[in-house]
Design a binder for this molecule. Structure first.
Ligand SMILES: [Zn+2]
Length: 433
């Protein structure tokens, strides 16, 4: 019902046809996705949360009888709680200032100029990358123009970690190297991710918040006991734009993926003791991908898949939504009806008992099918002529007319000029073709 309300098509249309057009997961998979999202969030609750203890207890024992909802969820999705990151409330006072300076240039050109003019004693560049299904982080440190250190860390598969997390780890690696450089009064740390710099400025709970907290702690440690004249600046530098430091840090992050992490002794202590906990964002993303895969398999077995795949083999995906995003609901609705075959033409209306005959009112003896409406009916000859002038000889192909996004506007113009659905879609506006 929701799908027919969204699309405005006939209620006889098959649900799976509408799901693939609207890119909405089938209900059972959607429930799976919602339950998985809630379970993963439960697994990330901090000790201070009232549900922390019940969740831990339910995960520890799987009961055979009288199972609670928590038992069901945690065991159906095989959640192993110690593997997941904990997102807790920030214990940092809201009025606490930062022990570092933040800077985001207004444009790429400005950031390149700032980088060239940077006179800090120590310049560190950090980066994080996703490559070959793995996330890696790398950093390099210069004293003046001399390279004094580099270190890298491989976080693991992208199904458990995100590139955002890799960028945060890159900053941690850079701070570790900065700590080891004793004689430094001014330090500049540069990364190509503005979101992390902005997140460092607030202390809200969110993905990778424990790692972001560590960055604050390491910056506080660095500033402790130093005079007010020294400073540590974290700034944005444009990525993949020929900034030498950024390119080297990027190469180091790639090396982390292909060759593995640096020796344990070179890493910050938090990265020395085993793998980082899984990122909730990555786990949700991987599950979403799995649901998409199951949906594709379900669609492949649908009896309607064969006919529709001749018109649009990309479904299910967001391709149809993207192609029709600038159209009105009535226009998108007509296109879906032409593609599904459930359209108020006499052949279909007769089939569902809503018309006395399947014949075209203008052509006695000929069934009014989609093919007849688009290619044969003489009463729409003028509109068809205009369509042929616009699309050429390809206008004779049903697959081309209904499958190629470039033909949608000419086809809708044809429908409007034919006046066939005037009583249903009287509000269909003219298009700019
Ligand atoms: Zn006709």
């Amino acid at each position: 019902m929701a799908l027919t309300a969204i699309t405005g098509v006939l209620h006889t249309s098959a649900t799976d046809m509408l799901e693939v057009h609207t890119n909405l997961l089938p209900t059972e998979l959607l429930f799976h996705k919602i339950c998985h999202r809630a379970t993963v969030r439960l697994s990330a609750l901090p000790e201070t949360h009232p549900l922390h203890k019940p969740v831990r207890q339910s995960a520890r024992r799987n009961l055979k009888r009288h199972r609670s909802t928590l038992h069901q969820l945690l065991h159906v999705f095989c959640i192993h709680l110690p593997d997941y990151e904990v997102i807790g409330m920030s214990d940092c006072p809201p009025n606490k200032g930062n022990s570092f300076i933040m800077e985001i240039a207004s444009s790429r050109a400005d950031s390149k100029e700032d980088d060239a003019m940077d006179m800090a004693d120590i310049c560190a560049y950090s980066d994080g990358s996703g490559l070959d299904g793995k996330a890696g982080a790398g950093t390099i440190v210069f004293r003046g123009s001399c390279l004094v250190g580099s270190v890298r860390y491989c976080l693991g598969p992208l199904t458990c970690h995100t590139t955002y997390e890799a960028e945060v780890v890159g900053v941690l690696l850079a701070l570790e190297l900065i700590h080891r450089e004793r004689r430094s009064t001014t330090v500049s740390l540069k990364l190509d991710n503005q979101a992390i710099i902005c997140t460092l400025n607030n202390h809200r709970a969110g993905p990778a918040s424990s790692l972001l907290g560590l960055i604050h702690d390491m910056c506080d440690d660095w500033a402790k006991g130093r005079s007010r004249r020294v400073w540590l600046k974290i700034s944005w530098v444009t990525g993949h734009s020929g900034v030498q430091g950024n390119e080297l840090a990027d190469a180091e992050a790639w090396k982390a993926v292909t060759e593995g992490s640096s020796p344990s002794a070179d890493l910050p202590s938090v990265l020395q003791c085993g793998e980082l906990p899984f990122s909730l964002t990555a786990i949700r993303g991987a599950f979403k991908k799995e649901m998409q895969g199951r949906w594709k398999a379900m669609w492949a077995e649908s009896p309607r898949q064969g006919r529709l795949s001749k018109i649009d083999a990309k479904l299910p995906s967001h391709s149809f939504i993207m192609a029709t995003e600038k159209l009105t609901r009535a226009q998108a609705s007509v296109l879906i009806q032409l593609r599904t075959g459930h359209i108020p033409l006499n052949k279909f209306l007769h089939k569902i008992g809503k018309a006395s005959s399947s014949s075209c009112s203008a052509c006695p003896g000929a069934e009014e099918s989609i093919h007849h409406f688009l290619f044969d009916c003489p009463s729409h000859a003028r509109a068809r002529h205009n369509l042929a002038r616009k699309l050429g000889c390809k206008s004779k192909s049903l697959e081309y007319l209904l499958g190629d996004r470039r033909t949608f506007l000419p086809v809708l113009k044809y429908v409007r000029e034919s006046g066939r659905f005037k009583e249903v879609y009287c509000d269909m506006p003219p298009q700019q073709t």
